[in-house]
Design a protein around this ligand. Structure first.
Ligand SMILES: [Ca+2]
Ligand SMILES: [Ca+2]
Length: 366
């Protein structure tokens, strides 16, 4: 076995600006990818991670985090090169809160990036890492490419550096906490794991990308995205919250953009919780300001019930902020029922807008 040396690459070439449609559903990547090191864009949906030369490395990342509390489905084609005997090293599909490129050679650009989950396609046997002689797949964690510490054993596959494209599907089911990997129509890996808690310490928002490298031996590595489906996490809440912050500091009474309620309900949606997390961070960085919270309803039902419901909504918001560490002495909340509509109560969309929370800042008594 050849002894190989590692080179760290932390070069990032950021391309253009990103304006990804924030809808849920199937979306093509359309070139909205950040490239590092030797990675190159071949078309809107296809990328070369390394050319066929020794000691090359490249990574591509989607520029926004995804939320592992919802499903992730990746449908792609991979090309591992044309050299079976002396071709190396492979590629890794990575999920990590960091957008980083790890060590080259046997590290496949994954080694050293932690915390992380990596699905490797490895075409070079490194005996000291317990690689089998055959090309293989495995799920790895925390930037460690040694199979003793993998989340699955290496699964051997037919020769994959055969100058052909191969169909790869990577699916994450949030409900079942299950990751599956399917190669050329055959499901080879099924891993059930609470990735959010056990790998990412409770953080559900991570970047995803692909890393690859060559070492003392080389191959060309390419990937084409067919379909990607995911929830683009807090991008909406984050961008709209900047406006909310500005308006709050301007002493305005501001409706929370992502905070809406089902008719008659006080339950907080995931989007609402994300927005409130932004609000918590804001209040923590502005300790001299207290927060007032107004709850509102639409005009369905009678005014007395609505006032009670709106107070409960405001209280639900306050309670959430308190559980996230905001001192309850800093919060005032009140329900004002249906008295102050901001949209027509004659349409479902207008009523949804009226079921809202407004917040404002005030100074504590000295
Ligand atoms: Ca091979
Ligand atoms: Ca290897």
């Amino acid at each position: 076995m050849t002894i190989r040396y590692f080179i760290s690459v932390f070069l990032f070439g950021f391309i253009s600006t990103f304006s990804f449609a924030q809808n849920k559903g199937w979306d093509l990547i359309r070139g909205l990818i950040e490239l590092s090191a030797n990675a190159a864009k071949l078309s809107d949906n296809c990328f070369q991670l390394t050319e066929d030369r020794i000691w090359a490395g490249g990574s591509i990342y989607y520029p926004n985090k995804i939320d592992l509390n919802s499903n992730f489905n990746m449908d792609l084609e991979v090309f591992l090169g044309c050299k079976d005997g002396d071709g190396a090293d492979g590629m890794v599909f990575i999920f990590s809160p960091k957008m980083a490129m790890g060590r080259e050679g046997e590290g496949m650009g994954f080694s050293g990036v932690s915390p992380s989950i990596g699905i490797e396609i490895d075409t070079w046997q490194n005996g000291h890492l317990y690689d089998p002689p055959e090309d293989h797949l495995a799920v790895l964690q925390d930037g460690v490419v040694h199979h003793r510490y993998g989340l699955t054993q290496p699964i051997t596959i037919p020769n994959i550096d055969d100058c052909e494209n191969h169909a790869l599907k990577i699916n994450w089911s949030a409900l079942e906490k299950t990751l599956t990997v399917t190669l050329d129509g055959k499901q080879l890996i099924r891993l059930q794991k609470d990735i959010i808690q056990e790998i990412f310490g409770g953080t559900s928002e991570v970047f995803w990308g692909v890393t690859s490298s060559t070492g003392q031996y080389s191959n060309q590595h390419k990937v084409c995205f067919k379909n990607i489906r995911f929830n683009p996490a807090s991008a909406i809440a984050t961008s709209s919250f900047k406006k909310i912050e500005t308006a709050l500091l301007d002493n305005q009474i501001v409706p929370l953009a992502a905070t809406t309620f089902s008719s008659g309900k006080t339950q907080l949606s995931t989007d609402t919780q994300r927005e409130l997390d932004e609000l918590v961070a804001f209040l923590q960085s502005h300790p001299d300001n207290n927060l007032g919270i107004y709850g509102h309803t639409d005009s369905s039902g009678n005014p007395t019930t609505n006032e009670r419901l709106s107070a409960k909504r405001a209280e639900a918001i306050a309670n959430y902020l308190i559980t996230k560490g905001i001192d309850k002495e800093r919060l005032l909340f009140k329900g004002v029922g249906d008295q102050y509509p901001i949209a027509s109560n004659d349409t479902p969309a207008g009523r949804a807008k009226n079921r809202r929370i407004e917040v404002y800042l005030f100074k504590p008594f000295p």
